[in-house]
Design a protein around this ligand. Structure first.
Ligand SMILES: Nc1ncnc2c1ncn2[C@@H]1O[C@H](COP(=O)(O)OP(=O)(O)O)[C@@H](O)[C@H]1O
Ligand SMILES: [Mg+2]
Length: 351
């Protein structure tokens, strides 16, 4: 059951005039525009530190279609979390969104006033973090916290809010939801806590659910259960951030491969994982186990992520790239290849 009252200021986006919903510069046409929940265009989020400017997100673009799951994958320090925090407008000083647009349902989140973005957070846009304890208050029982996250809370009375909270806990697969509701967060396992934060995020049927490494802190079995839970959310539009390209393959429709704050490659999961064009994507794929390689060592990408204050001038991956050429000292631009994918690599430019 979809409740529409928590979408954009109570207006059903599907009933708004196309002109109000679709930015003038959208070249993909009205039909496709209505289907788009989010368009990130040339996003730049920088941190001005004592040591210099960290270009944590340096010209990132992607789109998320209604009902689809988009993955952002990349090693630690690639700019994935800063991208998700930028969408939520949760970047704090010395960080700042210094360029680009984040078009949500036709409106640029970058330009919204604090009051407007606060209204969307937790209702239309929800972010689940890697560490569930960061979203849970240790001194309140779980049921109360889930009930508090219901925006209808004020108007439905305590008992009904509690009943809805228990129902949400049941929906996220918590075996004894009544008992769980009466526990404090520290009494739950990490997997159960993450289920609780997903229940809180789902409380208001958000229009866009962002999950930032939701299973990184969990063991493999629990990780699979949480991913199954996310997969089973009906009609959800999801941005799933992970360092694990195996998770992307299992969960996502489309994927953005990030490195050094930039998009290396972008496309459908089949395109990117079956026919990777960028050496970085290739490296990520080589570092996951696959059938027929029992006993073999996995090949990690050699070298390490460069210091954010000392990024190479050209392609950020070039110092580690097995196929680097002289021209890689100049930044390759992200180019659409015509089949719906985009790649930022001189190798594809040359061919
Ligand atoms: N508050 C901050 N101050 C300075 N640099 C930051 C801050 N937050 C993130 N960064 C830098 O931004 C880059 C991207 O970070 P992040 O988005 O957290 O990476 P990921 O989530 O992909 O691991 C990193 O180089 C990180 O050091
Ligand atoms: Mg992160």
């Amino acid at each position: 059951m979809q409740s529409y009252d928590n979408l954009f200021y109570g207006r059903r986006p599907d009933l708004c005039e196309p002109a109000a919903m679709i930015p003038a510069s959208n070249s993909t046409g009205a039909a496709a525009g209505r289907d788009l929940v989010l368009q990130v265009r040339d996003l730049q989020t920088h941190f001005r530190t004592g040591g210099g400017t960290v270009r944590a997100v340096d010209g990132v673009s992607f789109e998320i279609r209604a009902g689809s799951t988009l993955g952002i994958v990349g090693e630690s320090g690639s700019g994935k979390s800063v991208t998700s925090l930028s969408i939520m407008r949760l970047i704090e000083a010395p960080g700042e969104i210094v360029g680009g647009e984040i078009i949500y349902r036709g409106r640029d989140l970058v330009k919204l006033r604090e009051k407007e973005i606060r209204h969307l957070r937790g209702r239309s846009l929800c972010l689940v973090f890697q560490d569930p304890m960061s979203a849970l208050n240790p001194v309140y029982k779980v049921g109360k916290q889930v009930a508090e996250s219901l925006h209808a809370h004020a108007s439905i009375g305590r008992q009904e809010a509690h009943a809805r909270a228990v129902d949400l806990l049941r929906q996220v697969g918590i075996p004894d939801p009544e008992r769980c509701a009466n526990e404090y967060p520290h009494r739950l396992s990490g997997g159960m806590r993450q289920r609780v934060t997903i229940a809180m995020a789902m409380a208001n049927t958000p229009d866009l659910l962002i999950l930032d490494e939701p299973t990184t802190a969990l063991d493999v079995t629990i990780q699979a259960q949480i991913l199954d839970l996310v997969k089973g959310l009906p009609d959800a539009t999801v941005l799933l951030i992970t360092h694990d390209i195996g998770v992307v393959r299992e969960m996502c429709d489309e994927v953005v491969v990030m490195y050094g704050g930039r998009v290396m490659e972008r496309g459908t999961v089949a395109q990117v994982t079956e026919e990777p064009q960028h050496p970085y994507t290739q490296g990520l794929l080589d570092s996951i186990p696959h059938g027929g390689m029992r006993g073999q060592r996995l090949r990690a990408i050699s070298g390490s992520v460069p210091s954010p204050l000392n990024m190479p001038k050209g392609c950020p991956f070039s110092p580690r790239c097995p196929r680097a050429m002289d021209i890689c000292a100049t930044k390759p631009v992200l180019k659409e290849t015509g089949d719906g994918r985009a790649i930022a690599c001189w190798l594809t430019e040359e061919s």
